[in-house]
Structures are given as structure tokens and as C-alpha cells.
Design a protein. Structure first.
Length: 364
């Protein structure tokens, strides 16, 4: 989940209508009209305040409109009640299906069950639901992402010292976020295996200014700091600023370089990896989330068929292969977390490259 980068939604939203609950009535009347002429497949978004969610929505929009279907997006702005109201309004338009990124995994269950009763298939992306019959869930293993980020740091410390030791700062995000909490848990558990590594874990709420302040304070307390981690890319820019202010902004391989590893794969991370200042990033793929959800609805769910379990392969995505398994709410594709580093950062399949360079969605 990329819940870390606030954006100007008027500048960045390049398609789709972002409607609050109060703005739905007129739009849904029009929705019912065009749904009779062609397939209507809407998207329920949790927010447009972060680049990650903007790209999720753009991916769904392009997938829907690329099939010559009708598209509508709603934006709940992290208001759970609003999202539930929007689901109800969308259902009145008799959509062929629904793609959604829920705010609350438990609260959305009752809404999913209403769609089930009306035989409208639901695809869930990013934040899995806790119940209901979901046609396809496309998500990310956040805990594994934290483990993988820790491993990247540990491997580099081992290369530096000949054994796993040194000092590591984890600027963890708000624990109210399921994604950030799981990323922290994965990292905590991995570093607990290495007693010779001094693991400094400090809260930042996932905010850029707090990451800046925490990193500055930690560098003053531990000038020999070896590595630093942020659970999302955009607030990690605060870490970069702190390293610059302390004279530690060095490229990989240079004396004084601080190992720098993040999670998400946003354009800023791809750029810093290519420039040599960042060591690695564990990436997820919001473009694949949206595209695969629409693909599975079209091929299976909207025809009344269950999404088949088994291997999923698509070489347009950097990760290329995944596995659709039986989840608690139905077929689930957990896109495998993957590492972006200096060796593969130029690959044009990375979602950060596609979103910014090919789709033209600015990252500021």
C-alpha cells in the first residue's frame, strides 16, 4: 500500500470522476442509462491523496475504457461511511461488476454480501476483505516485503563487515495502517535473528518531516549509522535530506555511504536507484492490481464462472509470474514482492516508470 504521498488530485487525476457521496445521485442516473448500452464497471477508491492510489485508479480506468466499457470512479477520502454509501449508490446503477480498494477490511464485508445477493461480482485490490464472496483479490504480502527489505540490508552489512553486524535505523510508519504495521513486523522478526546488529526502530507516522527529524537525531546519536529504512518511498525523501545535511549522502560504494532501502517502487525510488544513492527497493505493483482485477472479471466472473486457481503469467510485468490460490474470501493473487536495485532499475516494466514516463502522471 502506498499510503505515504499526498498529491494535488486536480493536477494528478488524469481520468475518471472522483465523487463524494453527495455528488453521486445525478451521476448514477446517467450511469444507469449508459449501463444499458454497454458494460459499466466502476471503481471504488479509498483516496486520491496518495500517488499510489491515483495510479491504481488510472490502471482500472485504462483497463475498462480499453475494452470500450463505461467507467466511473468514486473517492471516499478515507471515510469508511462514505465508501459504504458509494457502494450502495453504484449498485443502484446495476454495474456488471465492481473493482474496489477498501478502507476497512471488516466494514466492507456487509457491502460485499449485498453485491453477492445481487449477483454482481466484486474484485478487491490492495486491501483484502475479511469476508464475503470476492471474485478475485489482487494484493501484496506486506510482511514478506518487510522481511525482504531487512534481508537486503543484512546482506549488505555482511558484505561490508564480513558478518551481519552494524547499526540500522527503521523509520517505521503509522501502526494504524495495516500495510505499515505488517512491514514493521516482518522487519522486526528478521533483525531479531541477528544479535550483533544494533536495530534502532523509531516511529515517524510515515511523514516526511518526521523521517527527516528522526534521521537527523539518530545520526547525531549514532554518527556511525550503517543503514536506514523507510516502509514507503515518498516520506523517505526526508531521510535523503537528513543524510545530505549530515554529509552522508554518498553513492553506493563511496566512503561514508549509508545503506538505504525502502518499499513500494514509486518513481522517486526508481530514480535514486538509477542515480546510485539508494541500494534497493521492495516493490509492489498497483498497475497490475487494477489491470488483473479487470482481466479476471472479464474472462471469468462476469460470465458467471469462478476465477481458476493456478499459475498466472504475464511478461508485461517485471515480476512475470504469480499464483492464484484459494483465499479466505475466494481466489487470491498475491503478487510476489520483488527487488529493484541498481542492476534492474532501468527496466521499463516497473510501475513507477510506466506511471510517470508512459502515462504522464506527474510525481511531484
Amino acid at each position: 500500500m502506498g499510503n505515504d504521498f499526498r498529491v494535488n488530485r486536480r493536477q494528478v487525476l488524469v481520468g475518471g470522476l472522483a465523487l463524494g457521496a453527495g455528488a453521486m445521485t445525478g451521476a448514477m442516473a446517467g450511469g444507469a442509462a449508459f449501463a444499458q448500452d454497454r458494460v459499466f464497471l466502476p471503481f471504488s477508491n479509498k483516496s486520491l491523496d496518495y500517488y499510489f492510489f491515483v495510479i491504481e485508479e488510472e490502471a482500472v480506468k485504462r483497463a475498462v475504457e480499453g475494452r470500450k466499457w463505461s467507467f466511473q470512479a468514486t473517492n471516499a477520502s478515507f471515510d469508511n461511511t462514505r465508501q459504504l454509501e458509494q457502494w450502495q449508490s453504484l449498485m443502484l446503477s446495476q454495474p456488471a461488476g465492481l473493482v474496489a480498494d477498501p478502507i476497512d477490511s471488516q466494514a466492507i464485508v456487509s457491502a460485499i454480501r449485498r453485491y453477492n445477493q445481487n449477483q454482481i461480482p466484486v474484485a478487491i485490490i490492495d486491501t483484502p476483505a475479511d469476508g464475503g464472496d470476492v471474485a478475485i483479490t489482487v494484493s501484496f504480502d506486506n510482511k514478506l516485503g518487510g522481511v525482504m527489505a531487512a534481508r537486503e540490508i543484512i546482506d549488505r552489512l555482511t558484505k561490508k563487515y564480513g558478518s551481519p553486524k552494524g547499526k540500522v535505523l527503521n523509520c517505521f510508519g503509522a501502526l494504524a495502517s495495516v500495510a505499515w504495521r505488517l512491514r514493521k513486523e516482518g522487519m522486526d522478526e528478521e533483525f531479531a535473528k541477528y544479535p550483533d546488529i544494533t536495530y534502532i526502530s523509531r516511529p515517524t507516522e510515515g511523514a516526511l518531516d518526521q523521517m527527516l527529524a528522526v534521521t537527523l537525531a539518530t545520526l547525531s546519536e549514532h554518527p556511525d549509522l550503517d543503514a536506514v529504512h523507510a516502509p514507503s518511498d515518498s516520506p523517505a525523501r526526508g531521510i535523503a535530506t537528513a543524510l545530505q545535511q549530515k554529509g552522508r549522502w554518498k553513492k553506493v560504494g563511496e566512503d561514508g555511504h549509508v545503506i538505504f532501502v525502502t518499499i513500494d517502487g514509486e518513481p522517486v525510488a526508481v530514480r535514486l536507484l538509477q542515480e546510485g544513492y539508494m541500494d534497493a527497493c521492495v516493490s509492489q505493483d498497483p498497475i497490475a492490481y487494477g489491470e488483473i482485477a479487470v482481466e479476471m472479471l472479464e474472462k471469468h466472473s462476469m460470465k458467471g464462472e469462478a476465477v481458476p486457481l493456478g499459475a498466472y503469467e504475464n511478461k508485461k510485468y517485471f515480476w512475470e509470474k504469480g499464483e492464484i490460490v484459494a483465499g479466505t474470501t475466494g481466489p487470491t493473487l498475491i503478487i510476489p514482492p520483488f527487488i529493484i536495485n541498481g542492476e534492474n532499475a532501468a527496466d521499463k516494466r516497473h510501475w513507477g516508470y510506466v506511471a510517470e514516463k508512459e502515462w504522464g502522471v506527474p510525481y511531484t
